[in-house]
Design a protein around this ligand. Structure first.
Ligand SMILES: [Zn+2]
Length: 234
């Protein structure tokens, strides 16, 4: 019988040049591998396990690890891999098809830096950056499930429905911005699909899709894109 690692290697080769992903779980005292569908819209570079398949295993067995392949790269975790591992609290296994080697690691308290992190929707995006920033102020903001497809969020961004439930209130027109206030922007969208936080010296900390997170001057362009100014109040 094949070991779970051998099954995962075969699965990785079948999915090549896309990333394979799956779950490692214990069922009736045996360690098993469940090959899952990679539903990422960009499966050559990232993976998302189908939540239905995840739920199916979760209900009937004990999940002990998450597996994915790096088709052409070394099996070492990207910053996004480390961040996702922290979020889900499982042991993480990566197999490189081209290098034919493995790497495993566990949650270790890793936090990506606030500036310079790579964009991965749902893990390192504009909202996770705001949450991580507020955590440095000892404020824990609620996380919100993202749709699986980033385009669905672009078509129907829901910051406007969520900010009050997250403890923010909108500033009145005569109130001026202060440090730690947040701004909802509309970037190439009809809705408010982006958020940033105001720092000292009129700088905004934010994370735009397709860029690394950055501190940028709150100047003409960002002001033009501003939709709402909100302040954390509880
Ligand atoms: Zn990876």
């Amino acid at each position: 019988m094949l070991s779970w690692q051998q099954e995962a290697e075969l699965h990785s080769k079948q999915c090549y040049p896309e990333e394979a992903c799956g779950l490692v779980y214990i069922f009736k005292g045996k360690t098993k591998y469940k090959a899952c569908k990679n539903i990422s819209i960009n499966p050559k570079d990232t993976f998302i396990i189908d939540p239905l398949e995840y739920a199916e295993i979760f209900d009937k067995a004990s999940i002990i690890g998450v597996f994915h392949s790096h088709p052409i790269d070394q099996p070492y975790p990207t910053p996004a891999d480390k961040a996702i591992c922290e979020k889900y609290k499982y042991k993480w296994h990566i197999y490189s098809v081209d290098f034919n080697n493995w790497y495993s690691f566990e949650p270790s308290g890793y936090k990506a830096p606030l500036v310079g992190r790579e964009y991965v929707f749902g893990i390192h995006d504009c909202w996770s950056l705001i949450r991580d920033y507020f955590e440095t102020l000892n404020i824990k903001l609620r996380d919100w499930d993202r749709p699986i497809n980033p385009q669905d969020f672009c078509d129907n961004p829901y910051f406007e429905n969520c900010f009050e439930k997250t403890g923010f209130r909108e500033l009145k027109p005569n109130e001026s911005l202060k440090e730690n206030d947040c701004i909802l922007f509309s970037l190439n969208s009809t809705g408010l699909n982006h958020i940033g936080v105001l720092l000292k010296n009129q700088m905004i900390l934010h994370h735009i899709e397709g860029r690394v997170s950055s501190k940028d001057f709150y100047g003409e362009w960002l002001m033009k894109c501003t939709g709402k100014r909100i302040r954390y109040v509880k």
